[in-house]
Design a protein around this ligand. Structure first.
Ligand code: 7PM
Length: 290
């Protein structure tokens, strides 16, 4: 396992699980209602997430909401680049950019991004080459279909095996293109072409995905899985999201992508404490109890 990633000058320590705070800059973003459109508000939100313990800030300008049609390169650039430029020198954690477009990856890297988070796993024409040239770490996510149609009728015969095979195949393609495996993060893509039972199987199957020695990212925060299973509208999904984050961290995910950073950091720290003390008192270098 590569224990840390070089995010363009920022070191991201993955020897323990950490939290990636979500900074949406889409006007139609489902959780923020457009509150964080505009660089000033985005910077304030990013600083608050850093203060709450986020190890990465994830900036996304293209809504990947099920049914969405995507945005033009021009529109995505105009949302993301001013925010990245405003964040440069303002936050001291790496900033990832949630994009699938090679032109946006390049412009984002020039504007100070430290990691590429691609829900298309570098399958867009030119994306592999752009990522290799940029030299930043990349998160490869699984998605069945496209955002426009992915929730219509997702089908798998073995969801964990198929998602794992896809990610390992993308990992070898990416390596063959000249991106070192030590620069890669894998993500099963919760909610991207998956039913609730598919998402549940993937969450329960995370230890298998995490066993390959490549850091795993899990994004479940406020997602429909939590909403449907618990019957909760968006503002009521925090407890379920924390439960999902806890399972993911316990299962070996090293990056937990979340809206509610302070609460998720507490959950992840507790999991990390239990993992590090699993052998009981005296086994670790702990200072003892109260
Ligand atoms: C509307 C619907 C807006 C869904 C945003 C979303 C992931 C991601 C997203 C993820 C990685 C959300 C999603 N989800 N990147 N980007 N992994 N790597 O719920 O699970 O934030 S967008």
């Amino acid at each position: 396992m590569s224990l840390s990633l070089d995010c363009g000058g920022y070191r991201l320590d993955l020897s323990r699980p950490c939290v990636m705070g979500i900074l949406n800059v889409t006007p139609d973003s489902f959780s923020d209602g457009g509150d964080f459109v505009g660089a000033d508000a985005a910077v304030a939100h990013a600083r608050a997430m850093e203060a709450a313990g986020a190890a990465i800030i994830d900036v996304g300008g293209e809504s990947t909401r099920p049914g969405s049609r995507g945005v033009s390169t021009h529109e995505e650039l105009s949302r993301i680049i001013p925010v990245l430029e405003a964040l440069r020198g303002t936050v001291s954690v790496p900033v990832s950019v949630d994009t699938s477009k090679p032109e946006v990856m390049r412009a984002a890297a020039r504007a100070g991004a430290g990691l590429i988070n691609d829900v298309m796993a570098l399958r867009r024409p030119g994306a592999l080459e752009a990522a290799r040239e940029i030299g930043l770490p990349v998160c490869l996510m699984h998605m069945q279909g496209t955002p426009q149609t992915m929730q219509d009728n997702p089908r798998y015969s073995d969801v964990v095996g198929e998602v794992e095979a896809f990610l390992l195949e993308r990992l070898s393609v990416v390596e063959a293109a000249g991106i070192p495996a030590g620069q890669v993060i894998l993500d099963p893509g919760f909610g991207f072409g998956k039913t609730d039972p598919h998402n549940a199987a993937l969450l329960a199957g995370l230890p298998r995905l995490a066993a390959h020695g490549v850091p795993v990212l899990a994004g479940l925060s406020r997602k429909s899985l939590v909403g449907r299973v618990l019957g909760r509208a968006l503002p009521e999904r925090l407890p379920g999201s924390i439960a999902a984050a806890t399972i993911a961290a316990w299962s070996g995910a090293r990056i937990i992508r979340a809206h509610d950073v302070a609460e998720t950091v507490d959950a992840v720290r507790l999991v990390d404490y239990v993992i590090n003390n699993a052998d009981g008192p005296g086994a670790a270098s702990g200072q003892g109890g109260y």
